[in-house]
Write a protein that binds this ligand. Structure first.
Ligand code: SAM
Length: 312
């Protein structure tokens, strides 16, 4: 079985995908205690090191290195500020790459990185990985095209060590209009779940910003992007439809009850099989949403990792 090291691991969306693609994850790392708790409740055998990646002095050897460094600097939801320190965590990933020298690596990040004002940061990352000795390619993929019931566009950077006679080709869509299978819908992903799971959804009011756009999709649609902030979580299809009143002002068509997706529904819409959420102290409702919303959809990561050439 090929082996992997995972950095910026969170609760393990990427790593669940690695497991599906046949990798054994030897070591994982994150700063968030509840991400570690969820990860270990679901994958007990990995050496999960809690703390700042910059403090890791030694790594095991492994065939593959993966890392999904934080994206607040580029994402729609965060402050789009190219100079933020958080946008330089890729240098920690490059340090691990130079130390471990795996046969291949995979990085995931928000698609906003290809925007004109961030392109220099993307170029810096690609240059750092090339200098570390890798042939590098990148592509934006949508999780809906890989059987996830959600529209979520993310950039993937894949590198193969230059001394290996192999090239990487990104996977073709498996789901969608021109693909072998139809898109997976919200109904298929969560239709069997309780309709009103008290205590498992964020029940605060819908503030003006929430009501500034349409947050609802129907049962037979793809979900809007699952985010890490529960305040901005899309609406469950049981909620009334929304209509536009004027620019940035929407309202519900009637007074029927409306609610956001629960954190368990969010996990299904990210393509996780059911996740165990341990009742440890940092596991507040908001934190459960955060670790799930931050995750890479496992089927998408499995498709990217599964497309690696057989170099193990
Ligand atoms: C996009 S999320 C990763 C998602 C994860 N790969 C998954 O699929 O579940 C980025 C993660 O980086 C972590 N992080 C941020 N700064 C860090 C640091 N200095 N050292 C280690 N982890 C860090 C965050 O806590 C967050 O969980």
């Amino acid at each position: 079985m090929p082996t992997a090291i995972s950095l910026f691991t969170g609760c393990g969306g990427s790593d669940a995908g690695l497991a599906q693609a046949g990798f054994s994850v030897l070591m994982a790392n994150d700063v968030l205690p509840y991400a570690r708790d969820v990860y270990l409740a679901n994958h007990a055998d990995t050496d999960y090191r809690l703390g700042d990646v910059a403090e890791i002095k030694s790594f095991p050897s492994a065939d593959l290195l993966v890392g999904c460094y934080p994206c607040q600097g580029f994402s729609q939801g965060g402050v789009r500020e190219p100079s933020r320190k958080i946008n330089r965590l890729y240098l920690e990933f490059a340090r691990a790459l130079r130390t471990v020298k795996p046969k291949a690596f995979i990085v995931e990040n928000v698609a906003g990185m290809v925007r004109a004002n961030f392109r220099h940061l993307l170029k810096n990352q690609l240059a750092a990985f090339r200098r570390a000795g890798y042939r590098v390619s990148c592509e934006v993929l949508n999780s809906a095209d890989f059987g996830v019931a959600q529209e979520r566009r993310r950039i993937f950077i894949v590198g193969i060590r230059k001394d290996l006679d192999a090239v990487y080709k990104f996977p073709s869509p498996t789901h969608g209009i021109d693909a072998p299978r139809p898109f997976c819908t919200i109904r298929e992903a969560i239709g069997d779940m309780p309709h009103w799971p008290e205590g498992e959804f964020y029940a605060r009011s819908f503030h003006w910003y929430y009501m500034s756009r349409d947050r609802r999709r129907g049962w037979d649609d793809l979900s809007k992007t699952i985010v890490a902030n529960p305040r901005h979580m899309p609406l469950h299809p049981l909620s009334p439809a929304m209509i536009k009143l004027e620019h940035n002002v929407w309202k519900f068509v009637d007074d029927a009850p409306a609610r956001r997706f629960s954190y368990r529904e969010a996990a299904r819409l990210q393509g996780f099989c059911d996740v165990e959420f341990p009742d440890t102290k940092p596991g507040t409702l908001d934190m459960r949403y955060t670790v799930i919303g931050n995750a890479v959809p496992p089927p998408l990561f499995a498709a990217v990792a599964g497309a690696l050439p057989k170099i193990w």
